[in-house]
Ligand binder design. Sequence first.
Ligand code: MN
Length: 254
Amino acid sequence: MSPPRIGVSAVVRVWDGIERSGVNSAYLRAVIAAGGVPVILSHLTGAALAARALEGVDGLLLSGGEDIHPSWYGEAPAEQLWPPSRERDLFELALFAVARQRGLPILGVCRGIQLINVALGGTLYQDLRSQRPGAVDHFPSAGREARSHHIRLAPDSRIARALGAEAVIVNSIHHQGIKQLAPSLRPTGWDDDGLIEAAEGREDASWLLAVQWHPEEMHAQDAAPEARLFREFVRAAELAAELLNAELAKRAVG
Ligand code: MN
């Protein structure tokens, strides 16, 4: 079949005095290297058209970025909250709902795991340093691709199978984190302080996996397990598209 199309949620920012919509190229490169065709999804489209934006898309990658507004999980903004984007929250919550309903594979990265957790009823630490101080620095000054802290993975989880390991050292570029995990998610990765950094959906449901770190920044490193993670995701999107096409063909015949 032809390469699956992977929708990638974007940021809207002002660069060089001009408002632009885009994503870090690392996300696109990781998807392309894994055999997918990335499609950038800007929240300028609006939540009401999220279903239309996902037509012809075979998988959804929820990318990193702004803090999620804490009102979505019933809290007032803390002093340390970074500026949220109501429009991006609304658009991505709608994308997530549509993708779930259609059975599309979903990969969440950084803000993506937080968005998925909040969408399914979980809560967040608005700022780890002030609300959950620990030994692990989740926002070190090292480069975006620098592996800086350990993650223990649950054996027999999607993430452990995808990475081919039960422990990894990951990069870390986040100041928020999972507080209460949504009841329908399974925790499958933890830092040395017990903070949840990977979560996934049920094995018998559509492919849903989310991580707090940034695998897209490391997929191109020599023999990086993160490349396998993106291949698993793109492969899941391909399978989902094949299933959908088979279903449509059956209906056309029927
Ligand atoms: Mn971390």
